[in-house]
Design a protein around this ligand. Structure first.
Ligand SMILES: CSC[C@H]1O[C@@H](n2cnc3c(O)ncnc32)[C@H](O)[C@@H]1O
Ligand code: ZN
Length: 446
């Protein structure tokens, strides 16, 4: 490559937080991007003679890797605020009939678009989604510019027909996107309580065949664990282990209710865990043993879960919650540090999803997924420690620029890829039908 060629994009910033292996922080630095890749990175003086098609001035901003929302159900924005203040099991009983009626391809496309707009505005550059109509969600990611980990989710018990004919759509999705630069196929099963042993095994075989992550919810509530013990004599972890499904590449979402020896086994088997603290708190599921998982070296990502159990898709809030709840619960403020939550929201999430060779840190040769965060808000003054501010004080509204796979998606606060006002109006109009679905539902309309 001719290094005298102009960059596609050159970004200058007050501080670059690389999140690389040595946690390098570059004061007054710049990053050069060409063909979707970070091709240069260093002190700003090195770029004095550089030419670029687009130059972004990030004075008073931090330049850092885009955030990785390692677990979500994007299209559940349609049900945001619909089923609050109830535990997971009755929540699902209320949500599933709604999904059977409203999770059409068209609606999922619209609701996922809204989700991706919210995520991009909040500095999320990658999301791992699990939902009905995976192709519609994928199209929404292609249009809005987000990087997406996605797959056809297997679930047997909800309006679905068992494991026959399941394999073909999963394969088709994988084959369609396996070489895509921004859509990363995975294999997913909803959980051990909704998916038959046969479907779990089909999914596992496909994940091994294609070398893809296998993602599932596990041990989210005490009820889930007790019910499975009652049915099989095993916890969800024990059950998945008995099927040979716990190894590198397996990604377990939630893991709130783990036995002590299960933490050790997850670590030894190199299983990754996705922590969704706000969803776990809101549904009253409990608090995952993150300090113990961290101590054992388990790879951890951070997820918002869906907007119907959070109720926003804001990873800054999630980082802050993750750091705070574990300090409070353990009465020990040294556990789950600012740096650890920042890692979970970037390189940790990327590693959990098998994407750490591509994204998660700012390094030459990696795909250019990066964001700038303004440091000018009153809530960010003064500045002693950039890591502290990002983990404990920054907000989605501080995000000024978002670049995904080398494409400028948010520029100085303006979204370039989607008609935000139109999508908001479309979802508001769909919500009127959702509100009238249950005759007993009394919306407190705003
Ligand atoms: C196969 S589509 C995904 C399915 O998962 C449901 N869901 C959303 N949040 C949760 C959660 O926290 N635990 C379990 N299942 C969840 C969603 O409503 C879809 O039906
Ligand atoms: Zn989930």
């Amino acid at each position: 490559m001719d290094s005298n060629q102009p960059y596609d994009i050159l970004i200058k910033a007050a501080t670059i937080l690389t999140m690389d292996a040595s946690n390098r922080i570059i004061p007054s630095g710049a990053v050069g991007i060409r063909d979707g890749i970070i091709v240069d990175l260093g002190p700003v003086e090195r770029f004095a003679q550089s030419q670029a098609r687009v130059t972004i001035d990030g004075s008073h901003q931090v330049l850092m890797p885009g955030l990785v929302n390692a677990h979500t159900h994007a299209a559940m924005t349609l049900f945001r605020g619909f089923a609050d203040d109830i535990p997971l099991e009755p929540w699902l009983t209320r949500i599933w009939p709604l999904e059977m009626r409203f999770a059409t391809a068209e609606n999922v496309h619209k609701a996922s678009t809204l989700a991706f707009v919210e995520m991009i505005r909040g500095g999320i550059t990658t999301a791992a989604d699990m939902y009905w109509q995976a192709e519609a969600t994928t199209q929404a990611a292609l249009i809005t510019g987000l990087r997406l980990v996605n797959g056809i989710g297997l679930i047997d018990t909800v309006g679905n027909e068992g494991s026959r004919d399941k394999e073909e759509p999963v394969r088709r999705f994988i084959e369609t996107y396996r070489n895509h630069s921004r859509i990363h196929p995975c294999v997913q099963v909803h959980s051990t309580y909704t998916v038959s042993q046969e479907s779990l095994q089909i999914a596992h075989r496909l994940a091994l065949e294609y070398h893809l992550p296998l993602i599932t919810h596990a041990s989210e509530t005490r009820t889930e664990v007790q019910n499975l013990i009652h049915r099989t004599g095993m916890t969800p972890i024990g059950y998945l282990e008995s099927l040979g499904m716990l190894h590198h590449g397996t990604v377990l979402v939630h893991c709130v209710h783990l036995q002590d020896d299960e933490i050790e086994r997850l670590a030894q088997q190199e299983v990754a865990v996705i922590h969704c603290p706000e969803s776990n708190l809101k549904l009253g599921s409990g608090i995952a043993p993150i300090p113990a998982l961290l101590k054992k070296g388990v790879t951890l990502g951070l997820g918002t879960d869906g907007a119907a159990s959070n109720n926003d898709l804001d990873l800054w809030g999630e980082m802050r919650t993750a750091a705070l709840i574990h300090k409070g619960a353990s009465e020990d403020p040294t556990v789950v540090t600012a740096m650890e939550v920042l890692y979970m929201a970037t390189l940790g999430g990327a590693k959990a999803l098998g994407l750490d060779n591509l994204i998660g840190s700012l390094e030459i040769g990696k795909r250019a997924d990066l964001i700038t965060v303004s440091l000018e808000g009153a809530h960010l003054i003064p500045q002693y420690d950039v890591i502290s501010h990002l983990a404990y004080a920054a907000k989605s509204s501080d995000v000024r620029n978002v670049i995904i796979d080398g494409n400028l998606v948010l520029h100085e606060g303006s979204l370039l890829t989607a008609d935000e006002e139109r999508i908001k109006e479309e979802i508001k109009s769909l919500a009127m039908d959702v509100a009238s679905f249950y005759p007993d539902y009394n919306p407190r309309l705003i």
